[in-house]
Design a protein around this ligand. Structure first.
Ligand code: ZN
Length: 272
């Protein structure tokens, strides 16, 4: 059963590498064509040639709009160095967002903490050659439909994702002394999901010098995605100590590093 899972993961990875090679060939082919056309345009005197009525100025505008589009997506991770792809794709899901703050306490919003850690995790993954699919990269999205649990699961299931991770903060107003990190897989999770959960929990515990117990639970994002999936409750917003840590950028970076180390370790050890 496990063997079959790994074989299928290997096949997906090989397929993705083939797709990327084709995409690279297409990109270089397209670039070569554009350069050739530009040289011919200059040689033939600009406007009255192969572009028909579209003169060189029009062509520049078209190029400009696509350049603007690319640079706006690069801006989202402007500090991120992008490494060569390692063939793995991770879906990172900051819990809640937009007009759903999740739980909140003493002015601290769960959705903001989830997003802050998720963006740090995204950057670490991208810097190390992972492809990352974010369920959202801002909490000001006007399109709430993108943030429904159904949409998040559909996005992952339709995107050839290897692993899914959802980040949340816990809450327990009845007893504010309750604290600590907890990590969840689906109650009836696959062996791969359980192994993934235990690997990430160990890495988080090590990075933060804390305990990170693993539980089975019936969360939609662990139940309805087709790849190994975990949900991390990074601590309790109702606990003063955890709430203070949530707002500490150094702690956010350590939490992201722990999750990253676990994801990398699981990929290298169990997917190959
Ligand atoms: Zn939550």
């Amino acid at each position: 059963m496990v063997r079959k899972k790994y074989n299928s993961a290997y096949a997906r990875k090989a397929l993705k590498l083939r797709r990327r090679r084709r995409a690279r060939l297409f990109m270089f082919g397209s670039l070569f064509s554009v350069i050739l056309v530009m040289i011919m345009t200059f040689a033939l005197g600009g406007s009255d040639n192969i572009f028909g009525e579209r003169n060189f100025g029009d062509y520049s505008q078209i190029s400009g709009s696509s350049i603007n589009f690319s640079s706006s997506s690069v801006e989202q991770s402007s500090d991120t160095q992008v490494a060569a792809s390692n063939g793995y794709t991770i879906c990172v899901d900051p819990g809640h967002g937009f007009d759903d703050p999740g739980t909140s306490y003493d002015g601290v919003l769960e959705s903001e903490i989830n997003l802050a850690v998720a963006l740090k995790l995204r950057d670490l993954l991208v810097q190390n050659g992972f492809e990352v699919i974010m369920t959202h990269e801002t909490n000001s999205s006007p399109d709430i439909s993108l943030l429904s649990l159904d949409s998040r699961c559909q996005l992952a299931n339709s995107s050839d994702v290897d692993l899914y991770i959802s980040l949340h903060c816990n809450s327990y107003e009845d007893d504010e002394s309750v604290s600590g990190i907890r990590l969840y897989h689906y109650t009836h999770a696959s062996e791969a999901s359980i192994q993934y959960a235990e690997t990430v929990a160990a890495a988080i515990a090590s990075e933060l010098d804390a305990t990170c117990p693993v539980f089975g639970e019936n969360y939609q994002v662990t139940r309805e995605v087709s790849m190994p999936s975990i949900l991390v409750e990074m601590g309790f917003i109702t606990n003063e100590g955890d709430r203070t840590l949530f707002q500490d950028e150094a702690w956010q970076e350590k939490m992201a590093a722990g999750a990253f180390n676990g994801i990398k370790s699981y990929c290298e050890t169990y997917i190959g």
